[in-house]
Design a protein around this ligand. Structure first.
Ligand SMILES: C[S@@+](CC[C@H](N)C(=O)[O-])C[C@H]1O[C@@H](n2cnc3c(N)ncnc32)[C@H](O)[C@@H]1O
Length: 190
């Protein structure tokens, strides 16, 4: 993996320790549980959490669905170290890889589900189409992208972006208002 800049979970390394307590305060557990539900996971699924950060979603997924094979990917080694410790504490086997969403180190048609939680707004605008193309490439035919991010004011451009990347049935499946603003859930199929 070539080194290059990225925007980390809390904006800077020294604040990373605050990320989990703050997201807990904003109701991350409840939000992640309903996010996982939208994916209709099956026992034999192979799943990627792209931009997994400190691994909260990936670890929760593995706890709720022990037979699902779970991989988390993030460019931030410090976040991945936290994610690894979290999985160890919860005694679950999650694979964590270092990498960028626009250069996924996986073969074509590897995953049944790809989750992306609060990652997309960290990606520079010019790289966003490549991220969606990469996610589509690593999804099996019929597999789905499960997408959660900040919902910008005004028109929802996400379904259009997803269709432009070749996804089908791209739609907004929910939204929530938090103190930090509105978040939206989307889903799209390869
Ligand atoms: C706000 S955090 C979200 C972490 C986790 N998914 C969650 O919901 O708690 C955004 C994450 O995206 C990662 N990130 C930033 N740029 C990225 C890129 N180009 N590819 C993959 N992940 C990236 C950051 O390192 C960070 O861990």
């Amino acid at each position: 993996m070539a080194e290059r800049p990225y925007l980390s979970a809390a904006g800077r390394d020294s604040l990373l320790w605050l990320y989990d307590p703050l997201t807990r305060l904003f109701g991350a557990d409840k939000i992640f549980r309903s996010f996982l539900q939208q994916a209709a996971l099956q026992p034999d699924h192979v799943v990627l959490d792209v931009g997994c950060g400190t691994g909260t979603l990936a670890v929760l997924l593995k706890r709720l669905h022990p037979t699902v094979a779970v991989t988390g990917l993030d460019p931030d080694p410090k976040a991945l170290a936290r994610a690894t410790r979290k999985a160890e504490r919860k005694s679950v086997a999650v694979r964590f890889d270092r990498g960028f969403a626009d250069e996924l180190p996986y073969g074509d048609a590897t995953f049944d589900r790809v989750f992306s939680s609060m990652m997309f707004h960290h990606v520079p605008r010019a790289d966003k189409p490549k991220v969606l193309a990469e996610v589509r490439r690593v999804l099996k035919p019929g597999g789905t992208l499960e997408f959660l991010d900040i919902a910008p004011q005004g028109e929802d451009r996400m379904p259009g972006r997803l269709h432009d990347a070749g996804f089908v049935d791209a739609r907004r499946v929910g939204e929530r208002k938090l103190v930090i603003g509105r978040i939206a859930f989307h889903q799209a199929r390869r």
